[in-house]
Design a protein around this ligand. Structure first.
Ligand code: NAD
Length: 502
């Protein structure tokens, strides 16, 4: 079956057949370059109108009890369970990730829905001891307002759901600007939400709206003072533009930007685990996860053995059509990505790197698609090229002799998303997790850098943007906190013992 016919089947499944064929924006599959659909894009006036409608939805939704809001997300979770296969296939078709990862992305959406349903009964504030007699202090968490979500191509559905499920139970409508490279997945998510909303019955209109098109639509969300929170996932370049503009109008932003994630392998490490952990994290999604392992910092004592095993694993990796059983590595998203990968490999070689792999594959069968053999590059030092995020499967290898040196290398990059150590030495593991260890938002022991569970807060430091999404207390980003003091006495004592008798 061709990618176009699979797309037609899936779009019909989601009831999007006609709507996705008559628009002005061609959607191409990275699998073979074929045009999958023609979607209609929105203009700036549509963006303004969507924000106005979202504002109206907010006024109704914020007063609906949170557990009832949770019911809507429970129904979305059910819709996702029912359509897991179809949505997973669509994600694969549009991004080129293998089906197992496409399905995994939908599972993550189901998981966050379950999490958010529980959360809808746990949006707790504190009670706080007052210094004044006959007084009580407490915190109340209220819905925040319209949430603008800007998302990247590589997780076209999960990133939306992390934000959406929490925003909705917290009482906020969402206006979503998905990546221009993956509008079909976004349209399917919207269709699933509408199905859930219909079953729910009395949800206000426009709790969920889509803006399909280029970055200007995202910029509109960024600049509009009615958008209380801009949650933006993408490159550091994008975050650098978005953050000051949102700050300028005193809006809130939640940034999930680029990573340059490292794995440290120490002499005591279980190399079987390390090889599997590194291979999945370095080549999964063809190196296009924000948490992809891009740097391997390995002790000189085990370097030769580990690199030899990784090279062997890389040489046998099944690269090809992501919907075919057995494939582990699909294509890069597009030609620009391929060019960026080749440019990084040339620069690394000029800096003294020894490159294995990285060449284009399957060019004769798919001249309009960009399949590559993932690359391993043995570097003499952590050069500028290594310190940059190239969104492609390149694993830079650096040696070390002293654990402190490994930690210094690990932290000496501008990004701070994910990190891992493979070790059986308790001192090394605990040092890695300590205040003087990894400076990343995610630090793991004996597992790779990618594939986070939704229960934890997800995000990173430095140029990764500092935002936290998903589990733990990330919900607080989507609410505003009010501190309340209640006086149930007959006197009016002032705080700090101040006297002011009138
Ligand atoms: P990108 O920055 O090119 O685009 C991301 C989104 O931002 C798109 O929807 C785009 O239209 C929009 N956009 C771009 N410039 C904008 C601007 N000035 N104002 C408003 N919107 C703007 O990123 P991409 O190529 O789609 O994704 C890859 C990048 O995303 C990588 O750097 C990766 O590490 C990062 N990423 C990070 C996370 C995370 O959680 N930290 C998750 C996924 C991807």
């Amino acid at each position: 079956m061709t990618t176009t016919s699979i797309a037609t089947r899936l779009l019909d499944h989601f009831g999007l057949g006609a709507a996705a064929q008559t628009g002005d924006w061609p959607v191409r599959s990275p699998i073979d370059g074929a045009t999958l659909a023609q979607v209609r894009t929105h203009g700036l006036a549509d963006a303004d109108a969507a924000i106005t409608r979202a504002q109206q939805a907010f006024e109704a939704w914020r007063s609906v009890p949170a557990p009832r809001r949770g019911e809507l997300i429970r129904l979305l979770g059910e819709a996702l369970r029912q359509d897991k296969q179809a949505l997973g296939e669509l994600v694969s078709l549009e991004t080129g990730k293998i089906l197992s990862e496409g399905l995994g992305e939908v599972q993550e959406m189901i998981d966050i829905c379950d999490f958010a349903v529980g959360l809808s009964r746990q949006l707790h504030g504190l009670t706080i001891a007052s210094e004044r007699p006959g007084h009580r202090m407490m915190e109340t968490w209220h819905p925040l307002g319209v949430v603008g979500v800007i998302s990247a191509f590589n997780f076209p559905a999960a990133v939306w759901s992390w934000n959406f499920a929490l925003a909705i139970v917290c009482g906020n409508p969402v206006v979503w600007k998905p990546s221009e490279k993956t509008p079909l997945t976004a349209l399917a998510c919207q269709a699933l939400f509408e199905r859930a909303a219909q079953r729910f019955g009395d949800a206000p209109q426009d709790l969920s709206q889509l803006l399909v098109g280029a970055r200007e639509l995202g910029e509109r969300l960024v600049d509009d003072h009615r958008v209380a929170l801009v949650s933006a996932t993408g490159s550091t370049r994008m975050g650098r533009e978005v953050a000051p503009r949102v700050a300028q109008r005193f809006g809130r932003s939640l940034l999930e930007l680029g990573g340059n994630n490292a794995v440290i392998v120490t002499p005591s490490a279980d190399l079987d685990l390390a090889v599997r952990g590194i291979a999945f994290a370095a080549v999964g999604t063809c190196g296009q996860r924000c948490t992809t392992t891009r740097r391997l910092i390995v002790h000189e004592g085990v370097r030769e053995a580990l690199v030899a095993r990784l090279k062997k694993a890389y040489a046998g990796l099944p690269v090809g059509h992501p919907l075919e059983a057995g494939t582990l590595v699909g294509p890069l998203i597009d030609g620009a990505s391929f060019e960026a990968m080749q440019a990084a490999l040339r620069l690394a070689a000029a800096e003294g790197g020894r490159v294995t792999g990285g060449e284009r594959l399957l060019q004769a069968e798919h001249p309009q698609a960009y399949y590559v053999r993932p690359a391993i590059v043995e570097m003499p030092a952590q050069t500028d090229t290594v310190r940059r995020e190239t969104f492609a499967p390149i694993l830079y290898v650096l040696g070390y002799t002293d654990f402190d040196e490994a930690l210094r290398l690990q932290n000496d990059v501008p990004q701070g998303l994910s990190s891992a150590v493979f070790t059986n030495d308790l001192r090394e593991a605990e040092t890695f997790l300590s205040a003087s260890g990894s400076d990343c938002g995610i630090a793991n022991v004996n597992i790779g850098t990618s594939g986070a569970e939704i229960g934890g807060a997800f995000g990173g430091e430095k140029e990764t943007g500092g935002g936290r999404e998903s589990g733990s207390d990330a919900w607080r980003n989507y609410m505003r906190r009010a501190t309340n003091t209640v006086n149930y006495s007959r006197a009016l004592p002032l705080a700090q013992g101040v006297r002011f008798d009138v």
